[in-house]
Design a protein around this ligand. Sequence first.
Ligand code: PLP
Length: 393
Amino acid sequence: MGGVNPDGTAVEPIPVFDVRLDEEHVEAVAETLRSGWLTMGPRTQAFEAEFAEHLGVSHAVALANCTTALHLAYLAAGVGPGDEVVVPGITFVATAAAARYCGAAPVLAEILGPHDLSLDPEDVEARLTPRTKAVCAVHYAGYAAPLAALGEICADRGIALIEDAAHSPSATVPGDDRMLGTYGLAGAFSFFSNKIISCGEGGLLATHDDSVAELARSRRSHAMTSGTWDRHRGHAMSYDVVDVGFNYRMDEPRAALLSARLSGLGAAIAARRRLTHRYREALADVGGVSVPYTVDEVDASSCYIMPVMLDDPELRDPLRSYLAERHGIQTTVLYPSINEFTAYAGSPGAGELPRCERAARCQLTLPLYPHLGEERLGRVVAAVREGLAELSR
Ligand SMILES: *Cc1c(COP(=O)(O)O)cnc(C)c1O
C-alpha cells in the first residue's frame, strides 16, 4: 500500500479493521496466566454467565470458535448424513462447511438483493426438501435477517432455525429489544480477531433450549461425563465417554480477555453506529455507489462492517487497487459467493444464484472500527468519490 501527500510525505495507511486493546485487557490475560489455570475453569464459566446475561438467553456455551458453534448447532438440530441445511450463498464459508462436517449438504439460497444481503425467505422456501433439517440465517454486517418470515417457514415444517450471529454480538431487530442470536434453536457467535468483540480465536453457542446446551457442553469436550474442573474440585473421580465428541473448548486467557472487553462492547457499537451514519451521509451524493440497508436499521445493527455496492461491477477491483495504491486505504470483499468456490460448485442450489453472484462482484467493504475517526472517514469517502470519477471516465 502506498500513497504520497502533496508535500511528498507518505499518507497514513487506513486499515479496513483495527484491534485496540486497553491495558486492563492485557492485565486480565496476564493475571490469568499467573493463576496457572489455563483452560475450562472459573474464567470461562464467568464469561459464559456474563454473555448469557448480555444476550438475555438461558445458556451460553463458550467454544474454540464460531465454526464449532455452527457444527454443534447443526448437530443439535438433528442434522446428519444425507440431510440438508439451507444457507445463504453470501456468507463466510464456515456457515456451509459446518453442514458438511455433519455429513449433510449445504443448500445454497439467494439473498434479498444489493439492498439487503440476508437470506430471501421466498427462495429458502423454494429450496426446502424432505431432507431439510435446518435453515441458517446470517445477520450480514450486523443487520437482522428476516427472522419473522424465516421463523414461520421453519416452524411450519418442523425445521430448526439456526442463527449465524458472528457479525452481531449485540444487535436487534429494529424496534425490538431481543438480541440477535436468541431467536432460533441456537445462535453462533465469533470472537475471531477481526470481529466486533475479539480474543484471537473464540466462539460461543447461545440457546434457550436446555437439551441443546447440554449437547454443546458435552460434545465440546469429547462427550466426557465430567470435566477437568469438576475433577479438580473433587466433584468427580472418573468419567465415562457417552458419544463421539470433539475438543471445541475455549481456554481461560481468552475467556478473561472477553470478559474484560465485554463492558466496552456497548460503547464500541455506539461508535460504529455513529461512523456508519456519517458514512451514509457522506456517500449519499457519490454517484455509482449505494449503501445497503436503511438508515433506520443502523441503530439496531452492530455495524460490523461498512458495506457498499457499486453499480458497475467492472469498477470494483480497479477501485480497490486505486484506494490501496494511491491512498493507502485497505478494503475487502465480504463475501465471494460460495457457489463459486471449487469445493462448493456442486452444492445443491449452486447453479442458480444470480443475486449472490452479482453482490459478490459489486460489494466493497470500507474501513470501519470504533477509533476510525471522522478525519480518516472523510479521507476514505473522498478517495472513493475521486476514484470512481477517475475510473469511469
Ligand atoms: C467469522 C465468521 C464465521 C466463523 O467464525 P470463526 O470464529 O472464525 O470460526 C462464521 N460465519 C460468519 C458469517 C463469519 O463472519
